[in-house]
Ligand binder design. Structure first.
Ligand code: ZN
Length: 306
């Protein structure tokens, strides 16, 4: 029995942020090794046109591979209904579609305003439903936008309600830009939960760009959030701030949760060994994290046994 689901998004979020293409075999090794360490959910890639993101061109092959790993929930990101169709054909268990709360960001990123995105979400939801696939919407730039600055919390709530009406089964609040603080996390989780229901508002996708990632996790835990996205080695850094760390580092997240006595089902020592696969496949690519350098606390095993 696990208390908290750590969802590994590195093969998608990490790899799409770097221009180098990781060889398919290395991706498979990475996914298999994380699953062997006890990770139960992995976002293996995204169904975007390969001309836009050649790093993700092998996503269908990865889905087929990951489907063969027992007990692993295989997730893919889709930008639109067309991507949802490809994901359904490939056989994913779940899809996640990013919905940018900042309309400026949405227009810049996918050239769609909010009504157009909601239409896309409705279409993707129909595809997911008929394929029996779990359908999640990631409320991205929910905590602030590098183009608009502050994003109105009322707007996030309104758009979440609209996405729920369009068929979203589950929501993630995404700190795409690393702007979130713990008080804001607490507030926004409460507001979105009140609007779409606690059973649907389950996940936080946090970044550590300004060092607030784990503080934001604790705020989420205290509000009853049960799923946290993270990326091994914080791979990919921050797309908006060259040189800065981006995604929450899976190793640090797992250390904290396990040390707090929360059950993740993940063997941290095994997880730390998986970094070697990234280091070998992507030489010179920065890998982040405190735990890999500092090592575990001497009493780590006593804490996790509690
Ligand atoms: Zn991210």
């Amino acid at each position: 029995m696990t208390d908290i689901l750590v969802s590994e998004v590195g093969p998608r979020d990490g790899l799409q942020s770097i221009s180098r293409v990781m060889p398919l075999d290395a991706k498979k090794d990475w996914i298999a090794a994380e699953a062997a360490a006890g990770v139960r959910e992995i976002e293996v890639g995204s169904f975007v046109p390969p001309s836009l993101l050649p790093q993700m061109a092998d996503t269908a092959e990865l889905v087929a591979f990951a489907r063969g790993i027992e007990g692993l929930n295989v997730v893919a990101l889709v930008p639109n209904a067309k991507g949802a169709e490809r994901a359904a054909e490939a056989g994913v268990h779940a899809i996640s579609i990013p919905f940018s709360m900042s309309e400026t960001h949405s227009l810049k990123n996918v050239r769609k305003d909010h009504p157009a995105m909601l239409a896309e979400i409705a279409e993707a939801a129909t595809i997911a439903k008929s394929a029996g696939i779990h359908f999640a919407v990631g409320l991205s730039t929910a905590f602030g936008c590098t183009m608009e600055g502050a994003v109105s919390e009322d707007q996030v709530v309104r758009l979440a309600e609209a996405a729920a009406a369009a068929g979203a089964q589950e929501f993630s609040l995404s700190d795409t830009t690393g702007y979130a603080d713990p008080a804001q996390v607490r507030r926004l989780v409460r507001k979105v939960r009140a609007a779409v229901g606690a059973d649907r508002m389950t996940t936080l996708h946090l970044h550590n760009t300004r060092g607030l990632g784990l503080a934001n996790v604790v705020a989420g835990l205290e509000e009853g959030i049960t799923t946290f996205d993270a990326s091994l080695g914080g791979l990919g850094g921050c797309p908006f701030a060259p040189g800065a760390s981006g995604n929450l580092v899976t190793e640090d997240l797992v250390l904290m949760l396990n040390a707090m006595g929360l059950k993740t089902g993940i063997d941290l020592e095994k997880l730390l060994e998986v970094r070697a696969i990234l280091a070998e496949a992507l030489p010179g690519e920065p890998l982040y994290g405190f735990t890999p350098d500092a090592g575990l606390m001497l009493d780590y095993n006593q804490r996790t046994a509690a």
